[in-house]
Structures are given as structure tokens and as C-alpha cells.
Ligand binder design. Structure first.
Ligand code: URA
Length: 216
């Protein structure tokens, strides 16, 4: 797996990440969603550099210019519900992308033990396509593994790109072992710790609740 951690270089991305972490600023759910979307846009730009391109001639009013446009067929799959603002950010950059949605939630048997339940899937065929799997918080990696097991039955994908906003080192180690060798992982930033409940520390809290409100 190739890992791309965008916080290795200072950029305006740091501002968006700082705002989604900030316990005061994150009270503004609209700003939280918009910042995740902006991070998705930046990650998309970076990811686009790894895609296949083909020649294209643009006709301008004054002449012709040869360029290269993305040739791969892309499918974007987001893990509900926290993945939705990240999904929108990626969608803003890939006009022709097809869309898939999958649900995954933690079913707790105790405070510290849980299994991942996948109950909903809507997807086009993944045959010969590049799958971009978006999940804002890569904690243990177990939800990504659970959704991948379902998605890989939906066609023989050409390649997988995983996009996350904050990743825990433990989650990165897990996905590096779990996913095919040619997979790319794109993360805006990396945190060192996970707490006993599987939350990223310092992280930001519960991304789904911050974007859409708390749940029962
Ligand atoms: N999901 C979240 O929303 N936050 C975490 O820290 C881990 C998983």
C-alpha cells in the first residue's frame, strides 16, 4: 500500500483540520461539514495525480490545445453517515464519478467491544473501475475492512483508493496489511492514539454526530 499523508507539508489544509478539531468551532455543524468537504476537495486534487490520463484536444475560440484528461472510470463509495460531507468534497472534483453508499456501524457488546454491522448498500458495478472509499475517521480500520468485504463482490475493481481525514497509526498499520498491495491511502493528518472505545486521540470526537447531530 502507498500511504500519502498530506500533513507532512504546511499548507492551508492545516487551517481546515484545526477548525474541525477545535471544540468551540466544531459546535457550528455547517462549518464542520464544509471544512470536511474542503478537505475532501484537497485530497481529491492530490489523488487525481495517481489516476490514468488520456490525450484530449481542446478547441478554443483561437485554436487548439492538447491536454490530458482522466481516463479511468471512477466509483466513489462513502460509509454512511459520517462520510457524506467528505463524499460531497470528492464529488465536487470528479464530475463523471459514479456513486455508491454503504452503511457501517459499531454494534457494542460492552463499552470496549464491538463488531461492525453492514446493512445497506447501493452501488453500480465495480468491474474494471477505480474505487474511492471515503471514511473521514480511520480508527481501527475494521469498518473499512467490513465494507470492503461486501464491495469486492460487486465486480473486479481495478484499484482501490482509501480517503480519510484523520487516521490513527494503528488503523494505518491494519489497512496496510489488509488491503491489496496496489491500494493507495490518502489522509489529511495522522494521530498517534486510540482510546479504549476505539476513538482517535486527540482526533475530533464523533464525526457523524458533529456533522449531523447526536443519535440515540
Ligand atoms: N469515528 C469517529 O467519528 N471518531 C473517531 O475518533 C473514530 C471513529
Amino acid at each position: 500500500m502507498t500511504i500519502h499523508n498530506l500533513d507532512k507539508t504546511n499548507s492551508v489544509l492545516n487551517h481546515f483540520i484545526a477548525e474541525i478539531r477545535d471544540r468551540e468551532i466544531q459546535k457550528d455543524a455547517m462549518r464542520f461539514r464544509r471544512n470536511i468537504e474542503r478537505i475532501g476537495e484537497i485530497l481529491s486534487y492530490e489523488l487525481s495525480q495517481e489516476l490514468g490520463f488520456k490525450d484530449y484536444n481542446v478547441q478554443t475560440p483561437l485554436g487548439e490545445k492538447k491536454t490530458q484528461l482522466v481516463s479511468d472510470q471512477l466509483v466513489l463509495c462513502s460509509v454512511l453517515r459520517a462520510g457524506l460531507p467528505l463524499h460531497q468534497g470528492i464529488l465536487n472534483y470528479f464530475d463523471q464519478i459514479e456513486n455508491a453508499f454503504i452503511s457501517a456501524y459499531r454494534l457494542h457488546s460492552s463499552d470496549e467491544e464491538f463488531e461492525i454491522k453492514v446493512e445497506y448498500l447501493a452501488t453500480p458495478s465495480l468491474d474494471n473501475k477505480i474505487l474511492i472509499l471515503a471514511d473521514p475517521m480511520l480508527a481501527t480500520g475494521s469498518s473499512l475492512a467490513a465494507v470492503y468485504e461486501v464491495l469486492k463482490k460487486m465486480g473486479h475493481m481495478k484499484q482501490l483508493h482509501i480517503v480519510a481525514v484523520i487516521a490513527a497509526e494503528k488503523g494505518i498499520d491494519f489497512v496496510s496489511q489488509y488491503f491489496p498491495e496496489n491500494t493507495h491511502l490518502w489522509v489529511a493528518t495522522v494521530d498517534q492514539e486510540l482510546n479504549s472505545k476505539g476513538y482517535i486521540v486527540p482526533g475530533l470526537g464523533d464525526a457523524g454526530d458533529l456533522a449531523f447531530g447526536s443519535k440515540l
